[in-house]
Design a protein around this ligand. Structure first.
Ligand code: UDP
Ligand code: MG
Length: 222
């Protein structure tokens, strides 16, 4: 009596259709950068680009560029979502990120900071299954009153359609309701580096570098 049946004795079942990531985490490093609006994500990303040669891709910047592209079919849609502080349907944002990554990979870039993304669970799951699993997430933790001051200051010069009190309030709400669950999800996977973002940019950056070294030492070789 055969103890173990060989699987070849059975007719093969059709494989479930599987979403295979476009890029492998063994060759490409993806670090997500999350935090409320005004938490300082962009500032700290610029530091990391300067010192460690990351490629910085901001989901918000890619959406604004797509919105401004004259022949874009998504321009009006993106405009409305951004003004309301809502999350643009993930198909648009994931496709923009995947295209931008592909362009950079063709140029030889392998280390990515994906800033302001994923801000909703569906985006997180789609990106990791379809584009590339992340290595870890920086989470910039900052109270709303601090972020509000920073955003109102930035609003004086940023020219952004959403740096006004009404839009800022909506963005805070979206962050708490929709984006924090993504941080919790990655936290449960042990993939979050939490940074106190209330201090000065230099102090925050010191914590960022320590967090990065812990997680990234082998790959960066610094
Ligand atoms: N946004 C989006 N999906 C994303 C990232 C951004 O829909 O994955 C939209 C959303 O409306 C958000 C806006 O773009 O409020 C601005 O995002 P950005 O990251 O520039 O804002 P920040 O967090 O840097 O203040
Ligand atoms: Mg930003």
């Amino acid at each position: 009596m055969p103890a173990i049946e060989s699987p070849d004795d059975h007719p093969r079942l059709p494989q479930p259709s599987k979403d295979v990531p476009a890029f492998s985490p063994s060759t490409i490093s993806v670090v997500f950068v999350l935090g409320g609006p005004g938490a300082g994500k962009g500032t700290q990303c610029a530091n990391l680009v300067r010192d460690y040669g990351f490629k910085h891709l901001s989901a918000g910047d890619l959406l604004r560029a797509e919105q401004a592209r004259p022949s874009s079919e998504f321009g009006e849609l993106i405009k409305g979502y951004i003004k309301d502080g809502k999350i643009v349907p993930m198909e648009v944002t994931v496709a923009l990120l995947e295209n931008a990554m592909r362009d950079e990979i063709e140029k030889g870039n392998t280390k990515f900071l994906i800033d302001g993304f994923p801000r909703k669970m569906d985006q997180a799951l789609k990106f990791e299954s379809h584009v590339c699993p992340s290595m870890f997430t920086f989470f910039f933790d900052c109270p709303e009153e601090v972020m509000l001051q920073r955003l109102l200051n930035r609003g004086k010069t940023s020219g952004r359609a959403d740096d006004n009190l009404e839009s800022i309030k909506k963005r805070f709400r979206t962050f708490v309701e929709t984006s924090l669950p993504v941080v919790d999800y990655f936290e449960k996977e042990g993939k979050v580096v939490k940074i106190d973002a209330t201090k000065s940019p230099d102090e925050v950056y010191r914590a960022v570098k320590t967090g990065l070294k812990d997680r990234f030492q082998q790959r960066i070789g610094q």
